[in-house]
Design a protein around this ligand. Structure first.
Ligand SMILES: C[S@@+](CC[C@H](N)C(=O)[O-])C[C@H]1O[C@@H](n2cnc3c(N)ncnc32)[C@H](O)[C@@H]1O
Length: 306
């Protein structure tokens, strides 16, 4: 009985791995997964196709030129396929689809949440932030801000703060810049690597890292923690929200589903294996508080030590 239970996921995993090893089949699988995601979004009232077409029709040269650092060189780990986009985060298509994709992916975190799942996830993080921070942060850095979803959400929580959003993708930042103009939001967008931001020492009260670490190998994560420590003021806070490897959802996930997930998230194994608590302490923070904020996510808050 037990043997049969253990054998079937292994077989399924091997089958998934064999399919993914054959490029045309892997492409077909990614195409199917993508179509399913678009359908899920459209079915719950998120107009994926229409919104993406609207963005495609614009001329982006001005927004791009305002944020892009043409001198920037990208770390190798970033120049890989992510989320089934061949050129990862470095494309207009990825940038135009980030927002509806976030709604589709987060729709299933809580039963019945649907298109509200994304907002609920951010709210659950902000609730922990608000009760954990001893003071209202004046200067906030959102590392891996993408098209600004996490940045604008932080601005709503802390409307009097000066907020900087930093990302490696100039395409994502161009969309963020456009969205900021639409909302008349004043945000400082920075095109840089989170591990070497170029921002001054001790210039922030809060560094927020929302859904970024699972996209990173361990070394850059450690470097980013050290960089966060450098730019934080004494008493400043680091806050990280990401997948919770210890949650039941991941512990009980059938291995073949995990394999499928890993095919679009190249560094998930490294993320799952990292002792993030220890890495945070080694970067110069007090022992962090780790709270589960969704059935499959955790929020980590740590204050600068000393
Ligand atoms: C899943 S997205 C999260 C986006 C955003 N924080 C949100 O809540 O929607 C991860 C983002 O991290 C960015 N990123 C990944 N590695 C990075 C690095 N080393 N430095 C800066 N940004 C990075 C990616 O370009 C992408 O925009």
């Amino acid at each position: 009985m037990t043997a049969a239970v253990q054998t079937s996921p292994n077989l399924a995993t091997r089958l998934v791995n064999s399919i993914l090893a054959i490029k045309p089949l892997a492409n077909l699988a990614k195409h199917q997964a993508r179509q399913m995601m678009i359908k899920r979004a459209e079915d719950m009232g998120v107009p994926w196709t229409k919104e993406v077409q609207k963005l495609q029709a614009r001329d982006w040269q001005t927004e791009l030129a305002q944020v892009q650092n043409p001198e920037l060189s990208y770390p190798d780990y970033y120049l890989t396929s992510f989320h089934a986009y061949e050129t990862g985060n470095l494309s207009w298509q990825a940038a135009f689809e980030v927002e509806p994709a976030a709604y589709a992916v987060h729709a299933k975190i809580w039963q019945g949440a649907k298109a509200q799942g994304d907002a609920k996830l951010r709210q659950s993080y902000h609730d922990i932030l608000k009760r954990s921070l001893a003071y209202e942060p004046q200067d906030i850095l959102d590392l891996g801000c993408s098209v600004g979803l996490s940045t604008f959400a932080l601005q709503e929580v802390y409307p009097h703060a000066q907020i900087t959003g930093l990302d490696l993708s100039p395409y994502f930042l161009a969309v963020a810049n456009y969205r900021a103009q639409q909302r008349q939001a004043k945000i400082n967008w920075v095109h840089a690597a989170a591990e070497s931001t170029g921002l001054p020492d001790a210039s922030f009260d809060l560094v927020s890292i929302f859904l970024v670490c699972h996209e990173l190998p361990q070394l850059p994560t450690q470097q980013i923690l050290a960089e966060a420590r450098r730019v934080l003021r004494p008493g400043g806070y680091l806050a990280i929200m990401d997948m919770n490897p210890k949650s039941e959802v991941f512990q009980k996930m059938p291995p073949y589903i995990l394999t499928l997930l890993k095919s679009t998230e190249p560094y998930l194994d490294e993320y799952f294996a990292l002792d993030i608590e220890q890495a945070i302490i080694e970067a110069g923070f007090q022992a962090p508080a780790i709270t589960s904020n969704s059935p499959r996510h955790r929020t980590i808050i740590a204050q600068v030590s000393g």
